[in-house]
Design a protein around this ligand. Structure first.
Ligand code: HEM
Ligand SMILES: [Ca+2]
Length: 415
């Protein structure tokens, strides 16, 4: 009895070690490929290449993973086991196609990277990574897309494009949920973030969860305790939450989401005291009153907690918000210059009181979160490692596995 316990323990340790080695090999493969500067093209652009260095690495070791459930879960594996390279037989070129389309689009439109990263967060946070955010409204079903927190969400067209490539290569095989997590990973790498291995085999939801999206996506004007509670309810601790917010290293934030900090914070007729004064001026010059409605300038606008949408048509409030955002110039999150280190700059900005969103700057309001902000500001490799692990965990939230869910043919419609 004792011997078998010891054997089991040794087996667990061995398989966990192998898992770590696989991750290291995968990172190395990825780095080697990036250094070579090789651009792999899909059938859409030229002919697909079915060799994927990372997929092979992981599929050949898939056997070992089943030994160590505990270790795997720690690395972000969901209970309902997904697999490395799930499509190795049914669509071996799937990951390659995703990578290639995102790479090609990124060359002409770098904003695809932040768009995809935000999109995967908004999907996975609401009822898991099931592509629920991609569904259009139908008669009887409101769409997450049409809710206030998602009003400026982008990247749906990119997913549609990738999916049409996948459908051409392997009809009815690759889920939209997998397409989204894989595309977001490519986006992170292209934006200078870390590569992280992903399991596949997710299936797509039959419905969209508009009410949950309305109420459960974290608000840009939330206090630290609210933000932490929101992430904690999805299993993320403080360290993981701080690392995930490093995603705000890239992309654009519309003035509407932080304007309440600039002039009349909390009805005080003064700006948010946690803002650096020179940065405040910079923010004011970009988001001046002339092109932004002042009616909500003292309120933490736009609110993310409107009334639940029961109809399929977007509300007048939604229309109003869309048009406001269309005129809103927004602020580039890499405002101190593009090409700077993914992550580090974001945390250094927070240390200097230059967080754009109130929720971002709030990370400095807690002792526990402040420690991680400081750590990531000074140690880029630590951040990259933590961000990679947190993204793996995010990508595994609440996934659907067969026989649940479905494989949609078009991501915006239930099949
Ligand atoms: C407290 C949590 C969070 C809040 C309150 C929040 C809120 C926001 C807001 C208000 C914007 C600006 C949208 C716009 O102006 O159109 C934004 C942008 C963005 N968010 Fe977050 N976010 C949070 C966490 C995350 C996480 C965890 C990720 C990814 C892992 C993420 C990724 C992004 C990206 C990449 C953008 C830029 C999008 C673009 O330029 O297209 N956010 N976020
Ligand atoms: Ca979802």
């Amino acid at each position: 009895m004792l011997i078998s316990v010891i054997e089991m323990e040794m087996m667990r340790k061995l398989s966990f070690l192998i898992f770590i080695i696989c991750i290291i090999i995968s990172f190395k493969n990825r780095n080697a490929e990036t250094k070579k500067g090789s651009v792999i093209t899909t059938k859409w652009f030229s002919s697909p290449d079915s060799t994927s260095p990372f997929s092979d690495t992981f599929s050949s070791h898939a056997l070992f993973f089943s030994f160590d459930q505990e270790g795997i879960q720690n690395m972000g594996k969901p209970n309902q086991s997904l697999e490395y390279n799930f499509y190795r037989n049914s669509c071996p070129q799937a990951e390659q196609i995703v990578r290639s389309v995102v790479q090609q689009l990124y060359k002409v439109r770098p904003s695809v990277a932040p768009a995809l990263l935000r999109l995967v967060f908004h999907d996975c946070f609401i009822e898991g990574c099931d592509a629920s955010v991609l569904l259009d409204a139908t008669e009887g079903m409101a769409s997450e897309k049409d809710t206030p927190p998602n009003v400026s969400l982008k990247g749906f067209d990119i997913i549609d494009l990738i999916k049409s490539e996948l459908e051409e290569a392997c009809p009815g095989v690759v889920s939209c949920a997998d397409t989204l997590v894989l595309a977001a990973r490519e986006a992170v790498v292209l934006a200078g973030g870390p590569f992280y291995p992903l399991y596949t085999g997710r299936r797509d939801s039959f419905t969209s969860f508009a009410d949950a999206a309305t109420y459960e996506l974290p608000s840009p004007h939330a206090d630290l305790s609210d933000t932490l509670a929101s992430f904690s309810s999805r299993g993320f601790d403080e360290r993981e939450t701080v690392s995930l917010l490093g995603a705000h290293s890239i992309g654009v934030i519309h003035c509407k989401f932080f304007q309440f900090r600039l002039y009349n914070f909390g009805g005080t007729n003064k700006p948010d005291p946690s803002l650096d004064t020179r940065f405040l001026e910079e923010m004011r010059s970009i988001c001046n009153h002339s092109h932004i409605s002042t009616s909500t300038s003292s309120a933490p606008a736009p609110t993310f907690t409107g009334s639940p949408s029961s109809s399929t048509a977007p509300s007048p409030c939604f229309d109003h918000l869309s048009s406001l955002l269309a005129e809103d110039p927004g602020m580039d999150m890499a405002y101190e210059g593009p090409g700077t280190d993914f992550g580090t700059l974001y945390y250094r900005s927070l240390l200097q009181g230059k967080g754009i969103l109130y929720a971002d700057q709030q990370l400095m309001a807690g002792e526990g979160t402040g420690i991680w902000v400081r750590a990531y500001a000074s140690d880029s490799s630590l951040f990259r490692r933590d961000f990679a692990l947190a993204m793996m965990k995010l990508s595994n939230l609440g996934v659907l596995r067969a026989p649940m869910g479905q494989i949609r043919l078009q991501c915006s419609k239930v099949a």
